[in-house]
Write a protein that binds this ligand. Sequence first.
Ligand SMILES: NC(=O)c1ccc[n+]([C@@H]2O[C@H](COP(=O)([O-])OP(=O)(O)OC[C@H]3O[C@@H](n4cnc5c(N)ncnc54)[C@H](OP(=O)(O)O)[C@@H]3O)[C@@H](O)[C@H]2O)c1
Length: 248
Amino acid sequence: MSIGTPISALWPEPSAGPLDDAAIAARYGRADHPHLRVNFVSSVDGAVAVDGYSAGLSGEPDKRVFGLLRMLCDGLLVAAGTLRHEGYRAVRLDERRRAWRREHGLAEYPTLVVVSGSLDLDPGQKAFADAPVRPIVLTRAGATAPPGLADVADLVPCGDERVDLVAGLTELRRRGLDQLLCEGGPHLFGALTAADLVDEVCLTVAPLLAGPGPGRITAGEASPVRHLPLRHVLAAADGTLMLRYCRA
Ligand SMILES: NC(=O)c1ccc[n+]([C@@H]2O[C@H](COP(=O)([O-])OP(=O)(O)OC[C@H]3O[C@@H](n4cnc5c(N)ncnc54)[C@H](OP(=O)(O)O)[C@@H]3O)[C@@H](O)[C@H]2O)c1
């Protein structure tokens, strides 16, 4: 089904050989209840970025899993910092992945959900302007939208001083977005962790030492330590590891 760097399962059951896209997607799957999955890539020494961007960490196997996780979700949650910095474009899926979604009774594309307290967002950014599905912006009451933003996205206030993520996720689920994939960044991940909203973490470990300097995949205020059981280990032939952790 797909050609590229072979990806095999190592644990808990080693696969007989490389996995195709359908087999990889099946190992991540969709939960049968509302679920928040977080996906990050890091270096072996824990860097969230190289030269300021995640691209330096993300090889072909990570991109493949990244795309498959997008295929599996209803809503794609991203913080405004990452949307602005990484220059997010419209969410696109190739025809094969759109067909998979249709066959599974899903909308053809997931809905992009941006978390922004300031609403310092550019309505002309392709993530909004070219979106195949009208994006949602979770924001706080009293934030002032720039001209044109309300034309290209649903602005949903939740919280006064800061974006209330519990209220935000409740609203997303009310709109039928049960399976959420969060692509970061670190401050949003930290806030979701602090609010105990993270059900699953998919972590790609790139076989790189980035050295001191870059931050971690999480940032913000401290929160209690929580156990998160390991569910699978996939390995690509180039040494990239794809780890899936999920609470019961
Ligand atoms: N390695 C990876 O997988 C990966 C993934 C994603 C990002 N990154 C990297 O992470 C860096 C960007 O991170 P960042 O520091 O800008 O953090 P971020 O988490 O991407 O963005 C933080 C922003 O999110 C918005 N926000 C609104 N409500 C929030 C809440 N309750 N909690 C947290 N955030 C809230 C705020 O936007 P407003 O300012 O609009 O209010 C805040 O400034 C970049 O270098 C990017 O390349 C790496």
